[in-house]
Write a protein that binds this ligand. Sequence first.
Ligand code: ZN
Ligand code: ZN
Length: 180
Amino acid sequence: MQFNTYTTAGAIVAAELVNQPSASAAWMSDLLERYKIYRPTLDQAAAEELRDWADGLRLAFETTGAEQAAAVDALFVAADCRPRLVTHDDLPYHLHYAPLDAKVTTRVKALTTAGLAQVIADGAAGRLGCCTREGCDIVFVDTSRNGRRAFCSVRCANAVNVRRHRARRRYGDPVPASGR
Ligand SMILES: [Zn+2]
Ligand SMILES: [Zn+2]
């Protein structure tokens, strides 16, 4: 699947918002700018609205199957998503998920929802995930080749590997030669 499209950028923006629950308006504006969101500047009230929105987005990463699909479908309703065929800044006509003159919060809600929905509709629902290290709740869009990412970071993967290694030693099982 293609992860570099404007639509799946919506899923990645969703993960970033979930992972920064107390992000400032400036941080969010930077994030949106980085993903080339149209008119990305937020004020304090807009940032507050998106922090609330991120609570709902988390479900898309922490559930699977029908529950996950229902959660994302409900986001479409909550976001009041209205796809439009638009052009701006001399770009060719392309899809937006809210009108150009909609508030930035409306546009980001619609885009994050559409991004998550697109990943699921492309048969890649399992790529919306949450770190499996106990105590870590960082979410991600798994863009790896094999799509088997289990941890948010090398740090979490190492922490779990070290713990497994110690558990094996404790129970007297042979430790592989690699020492991991
Ligand atoms: Zn555009
Ligand atoms: Zn983690």
